[in-house]
Each structure stands twice: as C-alpha cells, then as structure tokens.
Ligand binder design. Structure first.
Ligand SMILES: *Cc1c(COP(=O)(O)O)cnc(C)c1O
Length: 420
C-alpha cells in the first residue's frame, strides 16, 4: 500500500486540511519528507521548487536556520508550561512594533480562532450581532463564516456546510468584494457590528482591492458605528512589513494575524485598539482562552521570524522585484499561448487565472478553465514546480526563491504555453 492509500484509510480524504488533496488537479499529492530553502524533498525522492510555502506561512524559506535553531533551543527548555514566559512578551512587543493598528495583542492557535474571537470582541463592543463578510473571502472554518452568498448582492446568510445551523449564520451577511455599495446595503437593518475583510483577497486566488475599496469600508464603518476587521492572516508581514494596512494606509479597528506570525508553526494572533482589546478576559468580560496559546515552540519560531523580518529592511523590496519579474514573464507566456488569462499579484502573493481576463470579485471566477488549470498544474509538477493544487489559490514567493526563480519561471511559462 502507498502512503496515500494508507492515509485515505484513516483520514478524511487522506488529509488533515481539505486544500491538500489533489482532487481539483487529479492524481495524488506528493508527500513531504523534508524541505530546505525553496525546495521540498518528497517521499519518493524528488526535489520540487515549492510555491505552496505552507499556504503562505513561510516568507524566507523552509527550515531557515534563523528560525529552527531558536525552536530547537526552546524545545530543549520545555515544550509547554502554562505560566507566562519572557518570549511571549517579546513576541507581543514585536508584533505591536510592526503592525500599525495593533496596540494590544493576544496569541491563539490558529487563524480560525483569531477571526472567530475578533468577531466576538466586535459584537461585545458594539452590542450588535450582525457581521458583513465578502463572497470569496475565507476567514477560517468557524460557523459564522461558512456562508455562501447567493447572487453576490447582499443576501442573508445561508449555511455553506451541513452541520452549521442556520441560526448560527443568520447574522452573517455576504457582500461583493470590491463593491462598497453592496456592503452598504447590508447595513439596512442597522444591526451590523463589524465588517470583516481580507484586505487583499487571497482565498479566491489573489484579488487586489480596487482603489477606494478599503477606504470606502473604513468610512462605511465609521458612519454606522461598526468596527472594521482586517483578516491579515495571509497578508500580514507579507504584502508589506506591516501588512496590507501599512501598504494601503488604512487603519482597521481589529487585525487578525496567522501564518507568518508563527514562522511556520501552529499559532496565530488577534489584536487592535487598546480599548477594544482590554475587553478581552481577564481585563474584560469577553472570554477567550487556550491551553497551548503562546506555546514556547510557536513563540520561538514567530519571534525569530519577525526579528529576521525586522532586521532585513530590503526583504519586501526583493520580494516585490521578484514578484514583478515573475508576473511579467507569466503575462508574456499567457499572451504567447493565445488563450485568455491574467496574472494578479500584490507583493509576494500572486495567482495565474486561466480563463478570466480580470477577477475583481468572486463572480468573475466562473470564467476559470478548471481543466486547463489541471493540465498546467500537472505539467509544472512533472517538471519540478509545486503549485497549490487549485485554481482558486494564491502562490507564495519566499526570499529563498531568489536563486531558483528563473528556473521556476522557465518551467511555469513552458507549462502555460504547452497546456493551453
Ligand atoms: C489561512 C487563513 C485563515 C485560517 O487560518 P487557520 O490557521 O488555517 O485557521 C483565516 N483567514 C485567512 C485570510 C487565511 O488565509
């Protein structure tokens, strides 16, 4: 029996998170045995240039010694205590210093926890239960966010997954990304306490905010006494040192962080304005807790990663330059292929959409040619480049891609042309 067959016997779909399956592109996923820099070494001994990058959690590369050495040192001092540590304070201080809208922060264990709790804080602060999210944005798997939006216009929520009772999403309204008017129409009944958004959408493929969209949401919230929550689990520390809020100059009330904040280990965080965060237990009445929150291994990795980011003022410029060059090459390959498609990118996150000419909201993703993406994905993989196995995902650039980016670009451009 193969590892994949064994996995499927004992795990749903053979995986611990659904995006890891290869059902959208065919075949079975490679198994990672180890990784270093831009490369993943598979169980069957192949070396792949990796653009999954732990779904955005890695910004430097795999097994970066600046991160793993402090983790090993932390592990040897003990893996969990249940009383405070110095490193937690240092990590919180570092997050506060880097992310403009975060004055006070709480560590949690996953992005899902960060977004779910930020909504709890916003509801407590405003006394209103309604939330607005955007179709195609992903905020983890908590009940309140698992909502399919009907026509893309503002609609009352309807559960997107069996097991989510309709009443748990009845306060969730879904609006069109990049459409302030559609968000505004969700405010009609006056009960909206929060608007939550990925400031750069990354979970329907990369969709940048149109000029004025984020500022429009800020204004809408201010005019209506609602809070603006930026889910920067993916964009934080990636699209700029201080995340999308720094890159686009918009200040949210609450910010969710994950992925890079824990340097490739299991942790996340939420934070924001002091008055809001002081509502969190035990300073205030909003309850949220975690046995392994602020876990020493995750904190060591997060602190090392954020310190490496702080110590490297050229990092985001290098990533931007690498992304720009890759974008140009991929665009040229698409036009050479003679088939429709577009590259969308913000900093070190990009998506090649095969089919659409432009994606500004979820509606546009209907144009995606799934078969063509599957052929393209397989061709790239056969030639040593590992992409997320879905046409609706962001690809992530890491600093360590530098020396191999031309080689990866050659493979990807050839794949685009030859599978068109
Ligand atoms: C990954 C992601 C999440 C969920 O984080 P988990 O750690 O997987 O729970 C939430 N929001 C965004 C924008 C994400 O990209």
């Amino acid at each position: 029996m193969t590892w994949w067959e064994r996995a499927n016997r004992v795990m749903p779909g053979g995986v611990n998170s659904p995006v890891r399956t290869f059902s959208a592109v065919g075949g079975s996923p490679p198994f990672a045995a180890s990784a270093s820099g831009p490369h993943v070494i598979t169980e069957d001994g192949r070396s792949l240039i990796d653009f999954i990058a732990s779904w955005g959690a890695l910004i430097f590369g795999h097994a970066d010694p600046r991160i793993i050495e402090p983790v090993i040192a932390a592990a040897s001092r003990g893996t969990s205590f249940g009383i405070p540590t110095r490193a937690e304070v240092e990590l919180a201080e570092t997050i506060v210093s880097l992310v403009p809208a975060v004055d006070v922060v709480r560590m949690v264990n996953s992005g899902t926890e960060a977004t779910a709790t930020s909504i709890r804080v916003a509801r407590a602060a405003t006394g209103r239960s309604g939330i607005v999210k955007f179709e195609g944005c992903y905020h983890g798997h908590a009940d309140a966010f698992l909502v399919r939006a009907g026509s893309g216009a503002a609609t009352m929520g309807e559960p997107d997954s069996p097991g989510v009772p309709a009443r748990t999403v009845s306060d969730t309204r879904s609006a069109r990304f990049n459409d302030v008017d559609s968000a505004q129409s969700c405010f009609a009944d006056g009960d909206v306490g929060a608007v939550i958004v990925e400031p750069v959408a990354g979970n329907m493929g990369v969709v940048p905010p149109e000029p004025g969209f984020l500022a429009g949401l800020r204004q809408l919230c201010d005019d209506n006494g609602a809070l603006l929550i930026f889910d920067e689990v993916m964009t934080g520390f990636r699209v700029a040192r201080g995340g999308a809020q720094e890159r686009f100059g918009i200040t949210p009330d609450l910010t969710c962080l994950g992925k890079i904040v824990a340097g490739g280990t299991a942790a996340a965080a939420y934070g924001g304005r002091e008055d809001l965060m002081r509502m969190v237990s035990p300073d205030g009445p909003v309850y949220q807790a975690g046995t392994l929150s602020g876990n020493p291994l995750a904190v060591a990795a997060g602190l090392a990663c954020l310190r490496a980011i702080s110590a490297d003022p050229g990092l985001h410029e290098r990533l931007e330059a690498m992304g720009e060059k890759m974008e140009e090459r991929l665009r040229a390959a698409i036009s050479q292929s003679g088939r429709p498609g577009v590259v969308q990118r913000v900093g070190a996150m990009l998506t090649v959409f095969l089919g659409p000419e432009r994606v500004i909201s979820w509606d546009d993703t209907i144009e995606i040619d799934r078969d063509r993406f599957a052929r393209f994905h397989r061709h790239a993989l056969d030639n040593g480049v590992l992409l997320p196995p879905s046409p609706f995902e962001a690809w992530f650039l890491m600093d360590s891609h530098g020396p191999v980016i031309d080689e990866a670009g050659d493979v990807l451009c050839r794949a685009i042309v030859e599978t068109a």
